[in-house]
Design a protein around this ligand. Structure first.
Ligand SMILES: NC(=O)c1ccc[n+]([C@@H]2O[C@H](COP(=O)([O-])OP(=O)(O)OC[C@H]3O[C@@H](n4cnc5c(N)ncnc54)[C@H](OP(=O)(O)O)[C@@H]3O)[C@@H](O)[C@H]2O)c1
Length: 277
């Protein structure tokens, strides 16, 4: 029986992966902020005859301290983690800053993934063939990293913040392998393409219309999770891989620049130290 931790596992792709793993006989720890949705996952686990293998930790992943508390809880309850699946995301047309001073999209889409990836390495390395699947947006030729304004205080736009988050996650993957050069953990950046999910977010009218249009052409979630289930079953041999809709992406493009990855890692460590101690 393998153990999988799934951030943003209360809806969409994360939820579908969680239920598929429970059906297969694995143990699943879902991280999510919504208690009702968490209870629904546990009820579903019971229906599948997997009550003792389904776990829910309620956590708002925009919070650094809250995310670290969730990691501490995972550490206290589970000795090893075979797979970490990163799915939490929330779109905001209007800029919001967390109590710890981070822009919301930056906090949930990038920072929580940074913390979960780096601060669970020991738990992952305790498993025989560990993998992190960061479900994000590699291969999309959009998104500018504003190095001097990661919180996008100037001229905020929700889509720009989201696309910046995708570029930050590409660099997170590169940075993870730089910091853990001889680790057995395989890091997978995976873009599933358009998938019909909950599209968690607070949208203005223009974006809401775009989401509705996307929903009509997106594939069902059962189909969208197949590449994720495949890498959870058989992690790649290479330390870092990226793919879009099942097709491998080359890692020599500017999105995966080694210097940028180092710079982002240092910048993130600095921000965490200054804002959260
Ligand atoms: N769907 C697509 O077409 C598509 C395409 C390319 C890439 N992706 C990537 O795939 C990943 C999953 O996407 P999805 O479409 O499955 O997303 P989704 O249906 O919107 O689900 C997002 C999950 O994150 C949770 N979440 C949001 N904010 C949170 C917070 N502050 N704390 C804890 N949990 C939080 C949501 O919980 P609540 O229900 O409480 O909000 C939900 O469980 C995302 O990273 C996305 O970028 C998706």
């Amino acid at each position: 029986m393998k153990t999988f931790v799934i951030s943003g596992g209360t809806d969409g792709i994360g939820k579908a992966v969680a239920l598929a793993r429970l059906e297969q006989g694995d143990q699943v720890v879902v991280l999510g902020r919504n208690a009702e949705k968490g209870a629904a996952i546990l009820a579903e686990a019971e229906r599948l005859g997997a009550a003792e293998r389904g776990h829910f930790i309620q956590v708002d992943l925009t919070g650094v301290a809250a995310t670290r508390a969730a990691i501490a809880e995972i550490r206290s309850r589970f000795g090893a983690v075979d797979g970490l699946v990163l799915c939490a995301q929330h779109f905001r047309s209007e800029r919001l800053v967390t109590a710890e001073g981070f822009e919301n999209t930056f906090a949930v889409y990038y920072l929580s993934r940074f913390l979960l990836s780096h601060e669970m390495v020991d738990l992952l390395e305790a498993a025989p063939s560990p993998v992190v699947v960061n479900v994000c947006g590699p291969g999309i030729p959009m998104g500018e990293v504003r190095w001097n304004d990661l919180g996008r205080e100037r001229e905020y736009a929700g889509l720009d913040a989201l696309m910046q988050g995708s570029r930050l996650n590409d660099l997170l993957g590169v940075g993870f392998t730089q910091v853990n050069p001889s680790s057995a953990v395989r890091y997978v950046l995976l873009n599933p393409g358009g998938v019909r999910t909950s599209f968690s977010g607070e949208y203005d009218q223009v974006m809401a219309e775009q989401i509705e249009a996307m929903r009509k052409v997106a594939k069902p979630v059962e189909e969208g999770i197949l590449p994720i289930l495949a890498v959870l079953d058989t992690p790649p041999t290479a330390p870092l891989t990226a793919s879009m809709m099942g097709d491998p992406l080359p890692l020599d493009g500017s999105a995966f620049d080694a210097e940028d990855a180092r710079k982002l890692h240092e910048l993130t460590i600095g921000l965490l130290a200054v804002r959260t101690g």
